[in-house]
Ligand binder design. Structure first.
Ligand SMILES: NC(=O)c1ccc[n+]([C@@H]2O[C@H](COP(=O)([O-])OP(=O)(O)OC[C@H]3O[C@@H](n4cnc5c(N)ncnc54)[C@H](O)[C@@H]3O)[C@@H](O)[C@H]2O)c1
Ligand SMILES: [Zn+2]
Length: 369
């Protein structure tokens, strides 16, 4: 990370995938430029903005005005905020309203909101007329650094999260960090679990920058946080570029998630996703360091950064509970799981492990700090 003087110009990270190339714009005040950015990337005559009941009242008016200035006819669709509404019964009325508004094949859906909106509006765009374009305008830190890039869309089923979805790369991603001013501090801190994960996964310089200055001590709309967002987008881009459909490398984004998902589910979802990932990351590193798979001292460094962001570094769940939730993970393949092992800060390895090894990792890493 550079410590150069603040640079208020937006950064543009370009993402190339086999199916589409697109730009991720990160900066200040970009909501008011949404129209021109959507126009130059997606074209079309009509733009349907989909937002949830929290984000819509805050930002939809500005985005709609900008789209109209760029010559779009607009429609606005709102749904009730919350993960529990990320399901088909919310999606179907959205599809009906896209049809009633008369969107055609060349038109564009604009997903304005956090990861729930991005996932659901993205899936609506993937299904409507067998697929129209989507522009992502992420407003939560999680959506900026994680969910808006990569082209995964989904809704939840009763059996589990994100079980029905599609791949649809966005035409453009517009991350206006000024939106983070209205995000709750708890959600902002929780998202740092994924940011720390990115540092451990691929970027020691980012990791050291987080250690020196936690994101939680930055002003949400500061240039330094904008630079962190852009760096995280580039890390996710590098992984997704290499592997759009999650065959190999993309799985490394699951670092901390095998145990993290189990810790999240074991808490009955009381613990946030990013906090669970932080705990899962510390637990797996603790175990693999003890097994000699991870450079000595790595876990201590990860624990200190998590603590500096107010994130948990361990769990007091029973080992049986963790193993049982971890093996229900949908990434399980037969009697093995693919575990992402931190080798040192900035480098990971994908390792297929058996159930006995998973049990050992839980025993060595969880509740043993
Ligand atoms: N597609 C992917 O690759 C991917 C990756 C990671 C996570 N996800 C999904 O993302 C979702 C979680 O994302 P999230 O944490 O953004 O959830 P979210 O969209 O529910 O947003 C969290 C809360 O913050 C509110 N909010 C968002 N931006 C705001 C702002 N600027 N000001 C005020 N309030 C704001 C929302 O209304 C909501 O109440 C999960 O459903 C997860 O499955 C998807
Ligand atoms: Zn995650």
């Amino acid at each position: 990370m550079s410590n150069n003087q603040a640079d208020a110009r937006p950064s543009v990270v370009s993402v190339q995938t086999p199916s589409l190339s697109y730009n991720v714009h990160v900066g200040h005040g970009l909501l008011d430029r949404a129209g021109e950015l959507v126009r130059e990337s997606a074209g079309g005559q009509m733009a349907a903005v989909i937002a949830d009941s929290n984000v819509g009242p805050l930002y939809a008016r500005r985005v709609l005005a900008s789209l109209e200035r760029a010559g779009y006819r607009t429609a606005y669709l709102e749904f009730s905020a919350g993960e529990r509404n990320k399901r088909f019964s919310t999606l179907v009325p959205l599809l009906e309203r896209l049809a009633a508004a008369g969107l055609s094949r060349n038109d564009v859906v604009v997903a304005l909101g956090g990861g729930v909106t991005g996932d659901m509006a993205g899936l609506a765009a993937a299904l409507y007329l067998r697929g129209i374009q989507v522009a992502q305008i992420p407003t939560s830190l999680l959506a900026m650094v994680d969910s808006s890039v990569g082209g995964k869309t989904a809704v939840d089923l009763k059996t589990g999260k994100n079980l029905a979805g599609a791949f649809l790369q966005p035409s453009v991603v517009i991350a206006d960090v000024c939106c983070l001013n209205t995000l709750s501090p708890d959600l902002l801190a929780d998202s740092c679990g994924e940011i720390i994960k990115h540092g451990v996964l691929a970027d020691e310089e980012l990791f050291d920058a987080l250690a020196a200055r936690p994101v939680t001590s930055m002003r949400p709309d500061s240039d330094e946080l904008a630079r962190i967002v852009a760096r995280n987008v580039a890390i996710k881009r590098d992984v997704v570029n290499a592997d759009e459909r999650e065959q190999g490398l993309r799985q490394t984004l699951n670092l901390g998630h095998t145990l993290g998902h189990a810790i999240e589910a074991g808490s009955d979802y009381a613990l946030g996703h990013g906090s669970s990932v932080a705990a899962g990351l510390c637990c797996v590193s603790r175990a693999t360091e003890r097994m000699g798979w991870t450079e000595a001292g790595t876990t201590g460094r990860i624990e200190r950064v998590c603590e500096a962001h107010g994130l948990p570094t361990d769990t007091d769940l029973a080992h049986d509970t963790i193993v049982s939730f971890a093996t229900h993970d949908k990434k399980r393949r037969g009697q093995t799981v693919n575990l992402v092992v931190p080798q040192r800060i900035g480098k990971v390895a994908l390792r297929r492990i058996g159930m006995d090894e998973l049990e050992t990792i839980v025993r060595l890493g969880c509740g043993t700090r």
